[in-house]
Design a protein around this ligand. Sequence first.
Ligand SMILES: NC(=O)C1=CN([C@@H]2O[C@H](COP(=O)(O)OP(=O)(O)OC[C@H]3O[C@@H](n4cnc5c(N)ncnc54)[C@H](O)[C@@H]3O)[C@@H](O)[C@H]2O)C=CC1
Ligand SMILES: O=C(O)[C@H]1O[C@H](OP(=O)(O)OP(=O)(O)OC[C@H]2O[C@@H](n3ccc(=O)[nH]c3=O)[C@H](O)[C@@H]2O)[C@H](O)[C@@H](O)[C@@H]1O
Length: 436
Amino acid sequence: MKITVVGTGYVGLVTGTCLAETGNDVLCVDIDKHKVTRMQNREVPIYEPHLDILFERNINAGRLKFTTSLEEGLAHGQIIFLALPTPEDEDGSADLSYVVGVARNIGKLMTEYRVIVDKSTVPVGTAEKVTAVIAEHATVDFDVVSNPEFLREGFAVDDFMKPERIVIGSSSDRATELMQRLYKPFVRSGNPILIMDEKSAELTKYASNSFLAAKITFMNEIANFCERVGADVDKVRIGMGTDSRIGKRFLFPGIGYGGSCFPKDVKALHKSGKDNNYNFQILDAVINVNDKQKTALIPKLVKHLGDDLTGKTISIWGLAFKPETDDIREAPSLYIIDELLGRGAKISVFDPEAMDNVKAKLGDKLEYADSMYGAIANTDALIICTEWSIFRTPNFTKLRENLNQPIIFDGRNLYDVADMEKEGFTYFSIGRKEVL
Ligand SMILES: NC(=O)C1=CN([C@@H]2O[C@H](COP(=O)(O)OP(=O)(O)OC[C@H]3O[C@@H](n4cnc5c(N)ncnc54)[C@H](O)[C@@H]3O)[C@@H](O)[C@H]2O)C=CC1
Ligand SMILES: O=C(O)[C@H]1O[C@H](OP(=O)(O)OP(=O)(O)OC[C@H]2O[C@@H](n3ccc(=O)[nH]c3=O)[C@H](O)[C@@H]2O)[C@H](O)[C@@H](O)[C@@H]1O
C-alpha cells in the first residue's frame, strides 16, 4: 500500500520504517528541513535500538523516502498518518495546534479519497475536530481514524512490529477495511486488532498511560512509606507482583516517571475531565506525588552534605528519562540538576546517549565526562538517575578510588543494600534502608 507519515519523531519515523519493512511504499513528511536532509542522507536522527538496520534496508529497497512537502505526501499515500507533537499547553491540555494546522492544509491539498489517521495522542473528540477542520476545505471524500500508538521508547521497533494490540477507532467501513489490511502482518501472532468508535480509541490511549503512571506513583508512595516504617520496598514489590491480578511490571519505584508522554498525558486527561465537569481526583494525586518524587533524593543529600553545596561537586550517572533512549523530555535528572545548581554545586555528568541533548539545553552549566568513571573523579557524591545497564555492575573499587567520599544516592535501586554495606559505601536509595 502507499502510505504517508506526517511527522518523523519517535513515533512517526518508527511507524514509517516498520510499515516499509512489511512491504509498503512509505513517504515521510516533516517540516524540519535539516532533519529531512539528514534522513535523505541515510542518517537516523534519533537513537532508538534496531531502527538503523530497518531504516537502511528500506531506503535501499526504495520503500522509504522523505520530503518536506505535504502536497507530495498527500499525492502519495492513500493512508495519511499524523504523528505530530501534542505537547502540554499552559493550562495542562494537549496543544492540538500541530494536528489541526496540518489537518487544515490536508483539507486544502487533498485531490482524491484519503484516510487521515490520528496516531498522535489526542483528547477525546479530536477525530471529530479534525474531520470538521478538513471538511471546511475538502472537495473530495475522506475518513478520519483514531489509531493511538502504544510503543515505548527504547523498545519502539519491537513494540511496533509485535504489538500486544492495535486500536482502531473508526465509524467508516471503508477506512476500517484499509487499516485492517495494513496491520494484518503485525498481528500474525494472534494479538487483536480492536475496532471501536473514535472517542473510545482516543480515551483508551489516555487511560492506559494514566493507569501506568498511577501504578508507578502508587509504588513510589509505598516506597516513601517503607522508609518511614523500616520496610523494604523491593521485598514488598516482589510480594505484590506475584499476584497475577497485580503483575510484576511497572512496580519499580524511583525518582518519578518522566518522558515525553506520561507527564503530559496525565495532565491532559485531568484537564479533559475538568472541561467535561469531571474531577479526576486520582490524577490530581498522581501529578502531585510525581512532582515531589522527582527530587526525592535531594532531602537525603541535603541531610548528609548540607543545604549549601558551594564548593562541592556532585556527579550524575544517567540523564535520559529512562535507559535505551537519548530523550530527556521531563527527565527527573533535569529537576535534580536544577536543585543542585540552585544550592551552588558543581555537577559532572555522564549518559551513554543523552549527553548532546543535555548539552544543547544546559551548555556550560555542567561538566560533560567521557566515561562513567571520568564523571565521578574528584566528586563528593554520585547520584544515579537512569538505570542504564552499564551502571548495574560497576567496579566498586574504582568507584571508591575516584569519589572523594564513597557516597551514592541511587534513584533507581540498582544495587543490593547488603552489597553496599559490604563494599563500604554510604548508600541512599528509594524505599530501602539507608547505609551509613
Ligand atoms: N514518543 C513516544 O514514545 C510516543 C509518543 N506518542 C505520541 O505521538 C505523538 C508524536 O510524538 P513524538 O514522535 O515523540 O514527537 P516528536 O517531537 O519526536 O516528533 C514530532 C515530529 O513532527 C514534526 N513536525 C512538527 N510540525 C510539523 C508539521 N507541521 N508538518 C510536518 N512535521 C511536523 C517535528 O519536526 C518532529 O520531527 C505525540 O502525540 C505523542 O504523545 C505516542 C506513543 C509513544
Ligand atoms: O505514550 C507514550 O509515549 C508511551 O509512554 C510510555 O512509554 P515511555 O514513556 O517510552 O516509557 P516507559 O517505559 O513507560 O517509562 C515511562 C517512565 O516511567 C518510569 N517507570 C517505568 C516503570 C516503572 O516500574 N517505574 C518507573 O519509574 C520510567 O523511568 C520513565 O520515566 C508507555 O509505556 C507506552 O506504552 C506509551 O506508548
